[in-house]
Structures are given as C-alpha cells and as structure tokens.
Design a protein around this ligand. Sequence first.
Ligand code: UD1
Length: 363
Amino acid sequence: MPSTTFAVDVRILSVVGNRPQFVKSAPVSVSLRGRADEVVVHTGQHYDPELSAVFFDELGLEAPAYRLEAGSGSHAEQTARMLPGIERAVLETRPDWVVVYGDTNSTLAGALAGAKVGAAVAHVEAGLRSFDRSMPEELNRIVVDHLSTLLFCPTGVAVENLRREGVELGVHDVGDVMHDANLKLAPIARDRSGALGAAGVTPGRYVLLTLHRPTNLGREALATIAEALRRLEEPVVFPAHPRTRAALGREGVALAPNVRLLSAAGYLDFAALASQARAIVTDSGGVQKEAYWYGVPCVTLRTTTEWVETVESGWNRLVPVEEAPDPIVAAVRDAVTPDHHPPLYGDGRAAERIAEVLCTIAR
Ligand code: UD1
C-alpha cells in the first residue's frame, strides 16, 4: 500500500496555547497537511490579540476546533482549567498522537490529559534542560518528557539530557522547528520597514529588548534594568508583554526617553525588529535562538539557559539582573558579532521529519 494512502488515516491532536507554541506548531501543521487529519486545541493561555490572534493570522494556522479559554491565574488554576477540555478533545477525536510543544503550562496540561486517558503523546522540543527547578518551564519539561512516547529533540545536547534521565526509546534528533519557521518568514519580515519606522529607529542603530519572566518583574529587578537602559543612551525598542507593562505601572518604574515602549508585537513585526537590531536583550528562551539566526548578538538576563550552544559559540551572554546595572550596560555595549556562525539547530527540515515519524510510526 503506498505510504500516502496509509498516512491519511492518521489523526493528530495538536495542543497550543501561547505565543511560542503558535510559532512552533505552524511548520508542523504545514508538513502534516494532506498526510494526516490535524485537530487543534487552543487552551486560551494567551488571549490578548497581540499574543494570540495575530499569530494565527500571520502564520496561517488552522482555526482551532476546540477553544478552552483557560486564561490567566496561578499555575495550578491555569493548568487545572485546561485539563477537562483537553481530555474531552482527546476522547472525542481519538487521535493517534497528542502533540505538545515546548515547555509551558499548556504543554504540561496537554501531555497530562492525553497520557491519563491512554493517548500517545509526542513532545516537540523535548530534552531541553536549564537545570534550574525554580523555573516553572523546567518542571513542565521534565514531566512532559517522561509522559511522552515520542520525543523530538532540537539538538544533540537535548538527546544527551534525556539519555542521562534514562529516556532513550522514541527519541528523535530532528532539528529545531523554530528554525524552520524562521527560515521561511525571515525574508518576508526583513522587508517590513513599518515596524522600525513606527518605533522611530533605523537598521543597526538600536537595541531590542523583551522581558516577561516573573523573576525579572519585581520592583528591584525592573529598577536595575531601567537604570541599565538609561545608561545605554542608544535607542531601545521594547515591545512589552501585557504582564510586563502592568508590572512597570504597579512598581512605579519609569523608563528613560531613549526607551520606546510598544505593545507586544506580532511574529512578523517582531522579526523585522529583531533581525535589524544592533543587539538583543531578552529573558525569553526562543528569542535567544532567533537572535542567533538573525546574526545579532544577544544578552540574556538570566543565570541559566537551555540554549547553551548560543553561549558556547559566543553569540549570547548570560548576565543575571541581580548583578546590578554595570554588567548589563557593559555586556550590551560590548556585544559583538563573532566570526563563526555554525548551523546549531538543524537544516530547516525539522517539521518534515516530525510529520514523517508521526505519520509512519504506529503508536
Ligand atoms: C508563558 C510561558 C512562557 C513563555 C511565554 C511566552 C508558562 C509557565 N510560561 O509565559 O514559558 O515564554 O508564555 O509569551 O506557561 N497575560 C495577559 N494577556 C494574555 C496572557 C497573559 O495580559 O493574553 C498576563 C496575565 O496577567 C497573566 C500573565 O500575563 O497572569 C502571565 O501569563 P502566562 O500565560 O501565565 O505566562 P507568560 O508569562 O505569558
């Protein structure tokens, strides 16, 4: 029987809920089209249009068949609100695979609800570790990896992390799906000069900042970061997560005039801003890699990273915010572009490999 005839019998239930998952699932959805039935569950973890709807529009994602509207809350509340809806979707659709992405609370809920009713779980971006269990994402990663039957790793380091935890079956080193998305959309994004114009900056002459991790949003941390930005003097474009905006207001931390505070950006506007920055400052996971792909040096306001390759290759520096403004200012001022840019995250065909495995391996 030709494999295409076999493959259309495959049903995939994809669980997504927030920004990075929309980006990661898009290339996989494209690769599955015509080969498998994909049903999408949107947990509603991100509900503001600039964190959710714009990504569906820009990335051409399938409209979700299930919308759970879990919304915000404590980790327990948020995760708990997602579970019954995902369970219902699994029981109604009876998928061959429940596919979850990354390390957020939506990932955890998808894996837990799926595994508990006996569905096979496939984890895209498996095996990453920061070895910092104070991060909610680290706990999510560990649990999800141990609930999954298929583990799609973006790097050899991730494969090795799993091996050390005794997870070797079902592990596939496929490359990074974010790289797939980046290769496809970066050329389109570079032509969008509107985002730079709206921020009043010119290519190569500004710093791009993102900040959303709870540890960086207390009064002391925000004040330290604001002081570092003031001392930089060059323009800093800052598309802020709604929670970050709220924290700035709540803690009464003012930003200097060189900082252009914007609403959270869609994928393409963000890519336009990131690809043309002189340097990027962030506490996000994915943005560290995007900086690398754009050939822009990165300063990460954290003590650890899952993306160790970006640091080892000299493109990324970790600077803890607790160390006060001076090291942040120095790291951003000194950020330079190393000579070597090795292909660290695959060849842009990770999604194809994932679709192939999902459609051909019987669960
Ligand atoms: C989540 C992920 C994080 C990921 C990030 C990408 C977890 C534990 N964290 O963090 O790994 O890097 O998404 O953006 O899952 N809020 C809004 N509008 C929204 C959604 C949230 O204003 O549409 C506000 C609410 O005050 C909420 C807070 O942001 O309490 C945090 O949202 P949440 O989804 O819990 O975590 P993120 O910080 O977005």
